[in-house]
Design a protein around this ligand. Sequence first.
Ligand code: NAD
Length: 360
Amino acid sequence: MTDQILVLPGDGIGPEIVAQAVSILECVSQQMQLGLEMNTALIGGAAIDSTGVPLPNDTLAQAKTADAILLGAVGGPKWDNLEMARRPEQGLLGLRSNLGLFGNLRPAILYPQLAAASSLKSEVVAGLNILIVRELTGGIYFGQPRGIRTLDNGERQGYNTYIYSEAEIRRIARVAFEAAQRRGGQLCSVDKANVLEVTVLWREVIQSMAADYPEVELSHMYVDNAAMQLIRAPKQFDVIVTGNMFGDILSDAAAMLTGSIGMLPSASLNEHGQGMYEPCHGSAPDIAGQDLANPLATILSVAMLLRYSLGHVGAADAIEHAVNTVLDQDFRTADILSDGTIQVGTKAMGYAVLEALRQR
Ligand code: NAD
C-alpha cells in the first residue's frame, strides 16, 4: 500500500521551504522505491484568501485520511486584524484537535558545524542531540475548572486545574519509551512530584511501564533541576518526557541552546502514529519571497515524518546524513552564516541536500 502524505505549504516562507522538502521526499521515494504519494491542500492565510476559512473542510478531510502531514507555517501581518476564530493559527489548532495530536516531539540538535551559533560554550553544546516529548492536549492548559472569579470579599482570583488521567500519561509515556528505544536508550521523565499530586501519579505510571521497555534506562528529575541541567550539561539527556506546561518551557529553552531556529524540526503524533510534521519556526514574513529562508528545519521534519509515521528509518537516516554533509561542505543560509562559510539561498540549500542524497 502506498503512503499518502498531505502537504500544507501555508503562508510566508511556508511554500518556499516546503517546495525544497517535497523535492527531497520525491528523491528518497524514488531512490528507495517507497512509493510515496503527495497531495497539496490549503491552510492558514492562504486558505482564508481563497475559501474564507483557515481550515477548509476539504483540507481536514484529506488530513484525516493521510498517513502523515507536512506543514510549512501559517500566519502573517495580512491576517493579523481578523477576529480570533478566523485567524490563520486556528487552522493549525483545528488540525491538532481534530486529529488528536497529543504527542509533541521536539528535537534539539546542534550540528557540531554550527556550535558557534549557540549562546553556550561550544564544548557544552557541540553535538547536542536531545528529544523532548511533550504532552500536547492535556494538563493545566486544558484542565477544567478554570477562570477568574470574584470572591466574597470582592477580590478577584484566577485559577486553573492541573489534571492528567492514567490513560493520558500512559499514551505519552509510550511515545517517549518507543522514541528512546529508537535512539540512545535513555529516558528522563520530568515532573514536580515533590509538590504536585498530579505529577506523583505521572511518576508512578511511568515507573510502572519501565519493565515493558527493559532496554530503556528510565530516570526521573524535578522540573526545576531539569531546567538547570539543560543549561549546565545538556548532553546528559537523550529523551525527555514531560507534561504540557513543563514541556512548553523546556522545549523552547532547549531550542535556544542550538541558537538556530531555522534548523529545528518537530512532530505531533496521535494514537495511531499519524502525525503532523513542521519546522519549529513561524512563517517569517520579514524574509518571505526573497529566497533567504533556511529550508533545513522543514527538510529535517521530512526525516522525522519518514521515521515516526511511515517507519522508513533508512530514508530518514539518509536525509539527516545529507544535511550533515551539506553543513560539512560549509553551505549556510543567512541565519546560520559564520566566518569562512558560503552563503546560499533557500533553493541552493535545498539543491545541495538533494545532491548529497543523490551521491550517497
Ligand atoms: P518566526 O519564527 O516566523 O520568525 C522569527 C525570526 O526568525 C524572524 O526574524 C524570521 O526571519 C526568522 N526565521 C524564522 N524561520 C526562519 C528560517 N527558516 N530561516 C531563516 N530565518 C527564519 O516568528 P514570528 O516572527 O514571531 O511570527 C511570524 C508569523 O508566524 C506570525 O504570524 C506567527 O503567528 C506565525 N507563527 C506560525 C507558527 C506555525 O505555523 N507553526 C509558529 C510560530 C509563529
